[in-house]
Design a protein. Structure first.
Ligand SMILES: C[S@@+](CC[C@H](N)C(=O)[O-])C[C@H]1O[C@@H](n2cnc3c(N)ncnc32)[C@H](O)[C@@H]1O
Length: 307
């Protein structure tokens, strides 16, 4: 490990009881100036997407982002539940352990609950963890009689210090970090929030996140990271390429690169209102990395490794 992990806040578990206590005095939280309700009871119309099929190409597009179970689009920058669903179904089996250490509103954790994967969900923002707990607060009455509720644990914590997660214990990482300073997730700036950093500092910190991912993942398993780019002085800033480098430098090899089309570019549209002489960014990158299994020959994957 190339940095001192203990400099960053330690993981602190938030239980269902903690959530219920919080809920007694809070019916909503405010995240980046947006009020996110914590309803006492969720109205659930369906527990799964209709006619779901696994993605089979490197371009993914979900014009209807997905609103089954407790998924809602009202946490700024949350990812479509189709993304973790695809990752979980493709790369894990029932009962295996999934980590999302930047879980936001809990999309990955809810998918784990529905798909019977154990989950560790972490976020630096305690309010986000309360949103996650709220979204997990439903009982699932599936058609599948063999359904067993998986263990899902939630923590306030920093992706750079997953101190309660033993090395080589996780079967899949599926996570969606902030894109440098594009969207600040906490107006009151929770210490350690990477969304408040300038690009160079952000990349430095993402290198630590990548190292911590590498440490906790079992050999042979996958780590998926969704990341977007930005523009400065009308020129393209490829945050994704820099993050790709950080993960390859940590030791991963690149298994897949998926282009994820963006449908609701609210910030971009509001900002430019039709008068611009450059192309609007309408995609994100989903990198799916793999940690080589023990005994696997690294030279075989040289062309997909760090350069
Ligand atoms: C793009 S959002 C994730 C959204 C999530 N995929 C969802 O569907 O709701 C990024 C999240 O990273 C969190 N975050 C920022 N810095 C962090 C850090 N150092 N450790 C853990 N979480 C962090 C933010 O609080 C925010 O919730």
């Amino acid at each position: 490990m190339s940095y001192d992990r203990s400099k960053y806040r330690e993981m602190q578990e938030v239980t269902h009881e903690d959530y219920l206590n919080f809920r007694k005095t809070h019916s909503y939280v405010v995240i980046e100036n947006v009020k996110v309700a914590l309803p006492e009871r969720h109205v659930i119309k369906k527990f799964a997407p209709k006619d779901f099929k696994l993605e089979t190409t490197t371009v993914w597009s979900f014009p209807e982002r997905g609103d089954w179970a407790t998924h809602r689009g009202n946490y700024r920058g949350n990812w479509s539940p189709y993304i973790p669903r695809n990752l979980i179904l493709r790369y894990t089996k029932k009962g295996e352990l999934v980590l999302d250490q930047m879980v936001g509103s809990g999309t990955t954790a809810v998918e784990c609950k529905l798909l019977q994967r154990r989950c560790i969900a972490v976020d630096i923002n305690p309010d986000a963890v309360m949103v996650t707990r709220n979204r997990l607060d439903f009982s699932y009455a599936p058609i599948d009689e063999e359904y067993e509720e998986p263990e899902i644990r939630t923590y306030v914590g920093d992706a750079r210090n997953l101190n309660l997660i033993p090395s080589e214990s996780v079967d899949l990482i599926a996570t969606h970090p902030p894109y440098a300073g594009i969207i600040a997730y906490s107006a009151k700036r929770v210490p350690g929030d990477l969304s408040s950093l300038k690009l160079e500092d952000y990349i430095e910190e993402m290198r630590k996140v990548a190292e911590e991912c590498y440490r906790v993942l079992k050999p042979g398993k996958h780590c998926a990271v969704l990341i977007g780019d930005t523009r400065k002085h009308k020129h393209y800033v490829s945050i994704a390429t820099r993050v790709l480098q950080a993960f390859l430098d940590a030791g991963f090899v690149l298994r897949e690169e998926v282009i994820k089309l963006q449908w609701k570019m609210k910030t971009t549209r509001e900002r430019w209102r039709g008068s611009y002489d450059f192309l609007l960014i309408a995609h994100e990158h989903l990198y799916i990395f793999r940690k080589l299994a023990e005994g696997e020959k690294a030279s075989r994957y040289k062309a997909s490794a760090r350069w």
